[in-house]
Design a protein around this ligand. Structure first.
Ligand SMILES: Nc1ncnc2c1ncn2[C@@H]1O[C@H](COP(=O)(O)OP(=O)(O)OP(=O)(O)O)[C@@H](O)[C@H]1O
Length: 359
């Protein structure tokens, strides 16, 4: 088990690269604490797999160091890093039984006999594989095989960390739910550092204590799911997390006032806005309410989506698309409407990055 640190790490697949655009991973310093459950979340091509491969030792970074418990492992191959990995597709030996498959990583490390058997049974129990232990892997479904792969990743008690690269891709949607919460329970039971790569926000938010959101080769925010929701540090985080994502609108800020969409709103903080930067405000649909015309900012209603338990208004505000909650009491909704924002939940961004503001 280990604390993992990346120190001044950057990676380019182009030898001798110097332009920021040539780097799949831009310079970063990051720490994963021992025993944490982390998700690396981001869209395709943002650098998740590159980062995971650097931690596992499949890839040597072009700059910086990887430290496990303070020890520099940058030059060490995967076998010497004491890492377990679970990939998108099952890695199982078809001719072996489920029991033999689960015991394989232990045998490889010289663990056998009663202790190994006990560990295999414990992991099989946690994954609901106890009834299948003596079956050959060959005849099992893709779901069951991927469960074995998860088990093989989880079975060694001595690993520094377990790395999961989109492990539920091949799993049936129904079973996905079950395995997701199972992995969370396993993390609690096993007290091991887990890093889970995904582009699916639901997977990231249900599994991880800390979600690291990646965008264009950088981690733009690392935080608890509620922090990412309530205080996105980057407009990308606001957009990528939440459904629908955060509304982002161009704004002009003067102190604690924002001019936006032809109207003016009061902010809960005061800002010194740097000149020459792209200034925007961001507010989640959950903190914006549709109101009768004349209240708040003027908007045009394009449609109302009925989400079952709530209604969501799809609007145009200052020419931009905007989503707002519809209060239950609001009945007659015409084309013209107002939008009232929860002041404390309106954030200000300069070139995509959140500004702190003064109280
Ligand atoms: N072997 C390689 N050689 C050159 N460029 C690469 C290589 N592997 C990845 N890249 C580039 O590095 C960037 C990051 O890729 P990476 O696979 O790490 O992203 P990702 O977030 O894991 O995406 P995905 O979810 O699609 O796997 C991309 O621009 C990609 O094209």
């Amino acid at each position: 088990m280990a604390r993992i640190e990346l120190s001044n790490l950057a990676h380019s697949y182009t030898p001798g690269a110097s332009e920021p655009g040539d780097f799949a991973l831009k310079a970063m310093n990051l720490t994963w604490r021992q025993g944490g459950a982390y998700a690396l979340l981001g869209p395709s091509g943002c650098g998740k797999t590159t980062l995971l491969n650097i931690i596992s030792g499949l890839l040597t970074p072009s700059h910086g160091q990887v430290l496990f418990d303070g020890r520099d492992v940058t030059g060490l191959p995967t076998e010497q890093r004491n890492i377990a990995q679970v990939f998108q597709f099952p890695v199982v030996y078809d001719t072996m039984t489920v029991r033999e498959n689960l015991a394989f990583p232990l045998r490889n490390r010289g663990m056998a006999g009663k202790a190994a058997d006990r560990r295999v049974r414990e992991i099989a129990e946690l994954l609901d594989l106890s009834g299948e232990l003596d079956r050959k892997a060959r005849g099992l479904t893709a779901d069951a095989k991927q469960k074995i792969s998860l088990g093989r990743g989880l079975v060694r008690p001595d690993v520094a960390a377990i790395l999961f690269d989109e492990p539920l891709t091949v799993i049936d949607p129904q079973l996905k739910w079950e395995l997701r919460s199972k992995l969370k329970a396993l993390h609690r039971a096993l007290d091991v550092t887990m890093i889970y790569v995904t582009h699916d926000q639901t997977e990231a938010l249900t599994f991880a204590d800390t979600v690291m959101v990646m965008y264009d080769g950088s981690v733009v925010q690392a935080g608890r799911p509620d922090e990412l929701f309530e205080r996105p540090d980057h407009t990308f985080v606001g957009y990528f997390i939440g459904s629908p994502g955060m509304n982002v609108l161009p704004a002009e800020i003067e102190g604690s006032r924002a001019r936006v969409g032809g109207g003016t709103i009061e902010l809960s903080r005061s800002y010194d806005v740097p000149s020459g930067r792209r200034i925007e405000i961001g507010v989640r649909p959950e903190f914006a309410s549709l109101a009768p015309p004349g209240e708040g900012l003027a908007a045009t209603v394009e449609r109302i989506d009925d989400l079952g338990r709530a209604r969501l208004a799809r609007l145009r505000l200052g020419g931009h698309p905007f989503a707002a909650s519809v209060p239950e009491a609001l009945a007659d909704i015409g084309t013209a409407a107002g939008v009232v924002l929860e002041r404390a939940q309106v954030h200000v961004y300069a070139d995509g990055k959140r500004l702190e503001g003064r109280a």
